[in-house]
Design a protein around this ligand. Structure first.
Ligand code: BYC
Length: 470
């Protein structure tokens, strides 16, 4: 990378062409990243020509460029949203003071940990989705998968930029570690639970991009409020790309539901056996997938009662998503009642902020569910999809490991074990869904279990050849 034209190869607005220290750090890291991409990124598609968007600036009118390229040639860039002049800290004990352009010593290790945790999820998701290209339901979907993969790669770059530019040697070491941990690895797993879950089918991908990427939206929005200005600006720009990932999730599930409803109408039945025989996914199975990925993603907000959340907010490191919409930005006198298996507990609001975020996240998750239910209602079907209670199947917080049904009611453990197969995908469900995952690569054609999208990408038609396989 020594004779590199930085502005051309690594689109950026962080003055990389004149920053020798950053160049040296990236020169060392970038070949490791590319090696990781080859070994852990989309398997067997290095030679494919893919219609991709690439971030090239932070200009709202023209921030991305669309074109056909091979994924290893993607120009992973580094962008910070425009600086807000004289920006002040918007919450916590230092509210009203100027934001930080450097990392304050006393917050260094916590901020690094937060950035590393965020950064760790990005390559983790690429690893989880590594094999899905082989079973794509259409070229349109294959392209969307790859778009998400390269952008998660860019989000890793965004966090590595912060580590390299602001955390010196330990930042560089953490950047290497981000490539050394792997999703599901027994010895060196990814940091957060959901990012170690296997993902072997596209229904899971759509649920993941609906629920887990939405956690990403909420975490990025809370960092967008951060007093550490480079983190705030980086995350604000990442949110621009994140919207498409959630779009893939929401429209993906919509298309699966639509296809199922079409088959139900054609056959005149809601019998899952007959719907499956027709190659579509019955609504109860879709519900079990929603339960699985939603409950897994709920853990990503951390424990309901958390001293970390209190410290992160009070110091100004991490706010609430949409912080300006709240009245009280200091929260020293506020409290919240949290339900635990032992009963209601009133805790200082600062310690309950993970729960505050989880509640607003769940409201956001409801929007898609309402849309899917309107489709089901219009088709004259009785079943309604729903989200599980935030106490269901938790692994983090006071409800972790508790036998709770999908409505949030504590039940006998024996009953819980018995009924779990009504609530989350069984081995049989997974085997059936897996069987449907046959790749379809004729332009415009869709697998039998999913309806076509309403429109193509960037005003192209649905039958455009989004990927040329070699
Ligand atoms: N799994 O006080 P606690 C995305 C740990 S997704 C494993 O309960 P806290 C994306 C926690 O780390 C967004 N460990 O919670 C989506 C802590 O350990 P340490 C990712 C967990 O700290 C799709 C201990 O338990 N970004 O971008 O208030 C595709 C006690 O923690 C989990 C972020 O998460 C878990 N689920 O909040 C691609 C933002 N939950 O530190 C990308 C950065 C908790 O004591 N992370 N623990 O050793 C954070 O802000 C916080 O770390 C958390 C947890 C919100 C995750």
């Amino acid at each position: 990378m020594s004779s590199i034209d930085y502005a051309e190869k690594i689109p950026n607005n962080v003055n990389l062409q004149n920053d020798r220290t950053l160049q040296r750090a990236l020169e060392h890291w970038q070949p490791h990243f590319l090696q990781w991409w080859r070994e852990m990124g989309p398997s067997d598609f290095e030679a494919a020509d893919v219609y991709l968007r690439t971030a090239i600036s932070v200009d709202a009118q023209g921030w991305a460029h669309y074109g056909t390229l091979k994924m290893p040639d993607y120009r992973w860039g580094i962008f910070l949203a425009d600086a807000v002049s004289e920006r002040k800290i918007g919450f916590g004990d230092q509210m009203g003071q100027p934001v930080w352009q450097q990392v304050p010593g006393e917050y260094r290790s916590t901020l690094r940990r937060l950035i590393v945790t965020q950064g760790d999820t990005e390559p983790a998701s690429v690893e989880q989705q590594r094999m899905l290209g082989h079973s794509c339901p259409s070229l349109y979907d294959l392209r969307n998968l790859f778009q998400i993969n390269v952008e998660e790669g860019r989000h890793l770059w965004a966090m590595v930029y912060l580590l390299h530019a602001y955390f010196g040697r330990d930042g560089r070491e953490e950047a290497e570690e981000l490539l050394a941990r792997h999703s599901g690895d027994a010895n060196k797993p990814r940091i957060l639970t959901t990012f170690n879950e296997p993902m072997t089918d596209w229904l899971s991908l759509f649920c993941f991009t609906y629920f887990t990427d939405r956690d990403g939206k909420y975490q990025l929005k809370s960092f967008a409020e951060s007093a550490f200005d480079p983190l705030s600006r980086t995350c604000r720009f990442m949110l621009t790309e994140e919207a498409h990932h959630m779009f893939v999730g929401e429209t993906g599930i919509s298309r699966v539901v639509k296809r199922t409803l079409d088959v139900m109408r054609e056959l005149g039945t809601d019998d899952p056996v007959r719907i499956r025989a027709e190659g579509a996914i019955d609504l109860p199975t879709i519900q079990r997938y929603l339960n699985y990925w939603c409950s897994s993603s709920l853990d990503l907000f951390g424990s309901e009662i958390s001293s970390n959340s209190a410290a992160n907010f009070a110091s100004g490191m991490k706010g609430r998503p949409d912080e300006p919409t709240y009245q009280d930005h200091v929260l020293r006198d506020a409290a919240m009642t949290i339900e635990t298996p032992q009963g209601a507990e009133t805790v200082p609001m600062l310690n309950a902020l993970n729960e505050v975020m989880r509640e607003s996240y769940l409201k956001d998750c409801e929007i898609g569910v309402k849309r899917w239910n309107r489709m089901i209602e219009r088709a004259g079907q009785a079943l309604r999809l729903s989200l599980p209670s935030s106490r269901f199947r938790r692994q983090i917080g006071p409800w972790a490991g508790q036998p709770v049904d999908t409505h949030g009611k504590l039940i006998a453990r024996e009953e819980y074990e018995r009924r779990l197969e009504d609530w989350i995908p069984t081995e049989r469900d997974r085997a059936f869904v897996h069987l449907l995952m046959q790749r379809v690569i004729e332009p415009g054609r869709m697998a039998a279990w999913i309806a076509p999208p309403e429109r193509g990408i960037n005003n192209l038609s649905v039958d455009y050849q989004y990927v040329h396989l070699q």
